[in-house]
Design a protein around this ligand. Sequence first.
Ligand SMILES: O=c1ccn([C@H]2C[C@H](O)[C@@H](COP(=O)(O)O)O2)c(=O)[nH]1
Ligand SMILES: [Zn+2]
Length: 165
Amino acid sequence: MSREVIMAKRSDYISWDEYFMGVAILAAQRSKDPNTQVGACIVSNDNKILSIGYNGMPLNCSDDDFTWERDTADDNKYFYTVHSELNAILNYRGGSLEGSKIYVTLFPCNECAKAIIQSGIKAVIYRDDLYKDTKEVKASKRMLKTAGVDIIEYQSTDRVLEITL
Ligand SMILES: O=c1ccn([C@H]2C[C@H](O)[C@@H](COP(=O)(O)O)O2)c(=O)[nH]1
Ligand SMILES: [Zn+2]
């Protein structure tokens, strides 16, 4: 008598949210910013990754030549850095981002909020909200809400993934 062996599917696979936030977290690891590394992952309604970005210097502006200082008034990184969300939007090589969602490791600033709204992204899923008390983030939230962009706090599962690279 032959016995059929049934292979149950894996049950400990990561969720879509963990996957996309994980990609954003991994992208942030590319950032040269010594203080805050930010990652963004833009995803379609049917869960396809459309684009990825992290905060860094513009193309052909060497991250060895431009300063990463934050507290020097005359010259500081804020003059130069392209934010992760804007990089993700600009990195997109397809047609439209209308109706997509963006996973971000840090709540977007007001400038990124403008770009998110204008590109048609309809939801922001964020992990950290470090700068929630700043005018920029307050303005960002006001604009996103007014424009009908959903703001969703990522619910950490505390899952730890080990990656050997
Ligand atoms: O919406 C945002 C806001 C900020 N960033 C980047 C820009 C900078 O490289 C860092 C913030 O540096 P701090 O030293 O913490 O001020 O984050 C971004 O990518 N997106
Ligand atoms: Zn920004």
